[in-house]
Design a protein around this ligand. Structure first.
Ligand SMILES: [Zn+2]
Length: 443
């Protein structure tokens, strides 16, 4: 009951303008947010059990009575995985009518995960995004140019929905070549730029040569970024670069940085966060349950991202807890300037390349601000190295237009390193195919 009353107050607060909403939410004690979170969790579990074929069947099979579930740990070792989404199809998760869908690209499998949403969900998430952008200093007089990739990707949609509440001037450039962006965006006099981190790094290098614009801030999402690259961006523009962290499955931000840039403040109103298999420092796989979804709720969804929960107060004064900087992924997928790449990408790139052995590995490195994707292969005849390199480039161009496009835009470098047969595997160790060797910011 308390949860319902507080929830009503929270919704009323969010419907006010950002300034008023922040003022009202400030009066909510932590216990009120906790009550909302638990009420929404219970409702989500019951709704999913009643209407989603996947959850109904899983709960039945495991003997889980949804009416006895009060918190995530009551579900024992039950989790939802990306493979569950792919194997069962999105319809198995539906509890209501969908208005739109987005896809995750380049996961550990070539099959995209499809996630469906309602306009109500989009509008709610837009309000929260607007609130956060207001916290970061965005005001109606600001002029935004966004370079998010619009193809099946959720981020541009979330941004637009947030801007509907903030009523800023907004131009959508799409993810075009940063040189072209620099030429075409200048006439709109942007004060805030949105894009993916590797794209923003490239744009910043151009700005260093051609001149900076007076920006208020830049906001990046979709990939991780090293502290060195962030420093380059901030130096180039004389403005801060903030990151947000989300997944298509979560629809928008699970968390976002504040001015302190010290981890992502959690969206505890719309997600119930847990960390599984935590190490002694608290780092483990981030698990979240969606709390405000009426089309495709996800219960204890395994993000495959490794981070930790931080509940100590943040220097910015905002009481919401944080997620630490993402340390890496539990699977072998790496998010970098090339795109979201996993073993299957390189298997496909190497398919048909003459003169190489079956073993290979990929290291993703950071050289200066740019990611380098280093493809290690074994060949019998070292004199054929240049030929192998040429075939790999041709396959990339032919089979992965998106990754080629990012290469053309100089968002990353791809290079081939050749080794003698039998040397990559070492002493019979299991070969880890794709390894992220970049030094990331850790909080
Ligand atoms: Zn903070």
């Amino acid at each position: 009951m308390l949860g319902r009353v507080v929830e009503f107050a929270e919704r009323a607060a969010l419907r006010a303008g950002p300034e008023r909403a922040l003022g009202l939410l400030h009066y909510f004690p932590d216990s009120a947010f906790d009550a909302i979170r638990h009420a929404r969790f219970r409702r989500t579990v019951r709704l999913a059990a009643a209407r989603s074929p996947f959850y109904r069947e899983e709960f039945r099979r495991r003997g889980i009575d949804p009416h006895c579930v009060e918190q995530p740990s009551d579900l024992g070792d039950f989790y939802t995985t990306g493979d569950d989404l792919r194997a069962n199809g999105p319809e198995a998760f539906f509890v209501g009518r969908a208005d739109t869908a987005f896809e995750t690209t380049g996961t550990t499998s070539p099959v995209p995960k499809r996630v469906f949403f309602s306009r109500r969900e989009i509008s709610d998430m837009g309000r929260l995004s607007a609130l956060w952008l207001h916290v970061l200093g965005l005001r109606p007089g600001d002029r935004i140019v966004s370079a998010f990739d619009c193809s099946f990707w959720v981020s541009p949609y979330v941004l637009r929905s947030g801007l509907d509440w903030l009523r800023c001037f907004h131009v959508e450039a799409g993810k075009i070549d940063p040189n072209e962006f620099y030429d075409r965006a200048a006439v709109y006099h942007p004060t805030v730029i949105f894009g993916e981190p590797s794209w923003i790094v490239r744009l910043s290098e151009i700005a260093q040569v051609r001149g900076r614009w007076p920006l208020k801030f830049l906001l990046a999402g979709g990939e991780n970024i090293s502290e060195a690259s962030r420093a380059l961006v901030e130096q180039a523009w004389g403005a801060p670069l903030y990151l947000n962290y989300g997944q298509t499955e979560s629809f928008g931000a699970l968390g976002a940085e504040c001015r302190m840039k010290n981890g992502y403040h959690r969206n505890d109103l719309y997600f119930f966060f847990e960390v599984a298999n935590a190490d002694p420092d608290g780092y483990g796989e981030l698990i979240y349950t969606t709390l405000a979804r009426d089309v495709m709720p996800l219960i204890r969804y395994r993000s495959t991202d490794v981070t930790r929960l931080i509940d100590e107060p943040c220097g910015c004064g905002i009481s919401m807890g944080r997620l630490g900087k993402i340390r890496g992924r539990c699977d072998e997928m790496v998010v970098c300037g090339m795109g979201n790449v996993g073993p299957w990408v390189f298997e496909d790139i190497l398919r048909g390349v003459g003169g190489i052995g079956g073993d290979w590995r990929v290291a993703v490195l950071a050289e200066g601000p740019r990611d380098v994707v280093e493809l290690h292969v074994e060949i019998d005849d070292p004199s054929r190295a240049a030929d192998v390199d040429r075939q790999i480039s041709a396959n990339l161009r032919e089979r992965f237009q998106d990754f080629q496009k990012n290469r053309d835009m100089k968002l990353y470098d791809l290079r081939t390193r050749v080794h003698l047969p039998g040397t990559l595997r070492g002493a019979g160790r299991k070969l880890r195919r794709v390894v992220d060797e970049r030094q990331m910011i850790t909080v």
